[in-house]
Design a protein around this ligand. Structure first.
Ligand code: SF4
Ligand code: SF4
Length: 291
């Protein structure tokens, strides 16, 4: 597809986290194609830009614009710790690079130092080294996925341990201008509008807090925040999806679940070649990890 020069400039300047930045061109071409056009124009490029602004939210877009200008975005140092001497890895969601909100980054940041401390205290690296039956390879590592919210962009459910920030959302009595943005945004289809304002069906709500970010009138607010924890996922030879241990817990709860899992792993004799959480979930059942 052909591109106008201005369209290229607009799309290349859209502030996106590195793992999705190459999608912007594809998205612009998708939009042009839908309009029956063979060329990406500046108008379509602006629609692309607006689409990402809506999807990521204003706060994230502003932050990434700041980063693109070379300004300090204040991303937490805890997100960029390298631990090559350890046999665990903690993968973070795109919030690491400025996507998502400060609230979600903070929920991740708060957990990282205590989580690393606990992993070292329980000596997960030593346990894995003792149990390994072959040369240490990447599949021996304990893999943890930490996301700012349950939208779970990078599939933490395929990791040994998935930890996801979750948020109980409240609604103010006043302020709704009936724009419908929250209804359109909520992919869980949990929001409806009545004359007084929005109503949340909490059976459907996944606690992502996206509505808090999307509503420009500040009608939604975060009442409480915590973590969802799932265990026993694997993205290797025998792929598995982690099972939920806790829908909602606090930082201490996450560490207690981790301690239970590592203790079980440590005390279970090795059978076969691989040692990982999904094997102890199979052996003891998910109930053994609940707190
Ligand atoms: S709650 Fe906010 S986003 Fe939803 S309709 Fe009202 S003003 Fe719009
Ligand atoms: S937190 Fe808000 S946007 Fe997220 S699922 Fe619940 S109602 Fe929908």
């Amino acid at each position: 597809m052909d591109w106008d020069k201005e369209a290229t400039e607009i799309v290349e300047a859209i502030p996106l986290p590195p793992m999705i930045s190459h999608f912007a061109r594809m998205d612009a071409e998708r939009r042009a194609k839908k309009k029956g056009e063979k060329r990406v124009t500046a108008e379509t490029a602006r629609e692309t830009e607006h689409g990402y602004e809506q999807a990521l939210g204003k706060e994230a877009v502003e932050l990434m614009r700041k980063m693109a200008r070379g300004e300090d975005a204040g991303l937490p140092d805890e997100f960029f710790v390298d631990e090559p001497e350890e046999l665990y890895s903690i993968e973070l969601c795109p919030a690491k690079f400025g996507a998502s909100t400060m609230e979600k980054r903070e929920q991740m940041r708060l957990l990282l130092t205590p989580l690393r401390k606990k992993l070292k205290e329980l000596d997960i690296t030593g346990i894995i080294m003792d149990k390994a039956q072959t040369s240490i390879m990447s599949h021996h590592m304990l893999r943890i996925g930490l996301t700012g919210c349950p939208n779970a962009c990078f599939s933490p459910y395929f990791q040994d341990l998935a930890i996801l920030g979750v948020y109980h959302v409240g609604i103010k009595d006043t302020g709704c201008v009936q724009c419908g943005k929250c209804v359109t945004y909520c992919s869980a289809r949990a929001i409806s509008l009545n004359e007084q304002g929005p109503v949340i069906d909490f059976k459907k709500c996944i606690k992502c807090s996206g509505c808090v970010e999307q509503c420009e009138e500040g009608v939604f607010y975060t009442k409480e925040k915590g973590y969802k924890v799932a265990i026993g996922g694997a993205g290797t030879r025998h792929p598995r999806i982690a099972q939920t241990v806790a829908e909602y817990t606090d930082l201490e709860g996450v560490l207690k679940i981790l301690e239970k899992a590592i203790t079980l792993l440590r005390d279970t004799p090795v059978e076969g070649r691989v040692i990982s959480f999904h094997e102890i979930v199979d052996r003891y059942g998910i109930e053994a990890f609940r707190i």
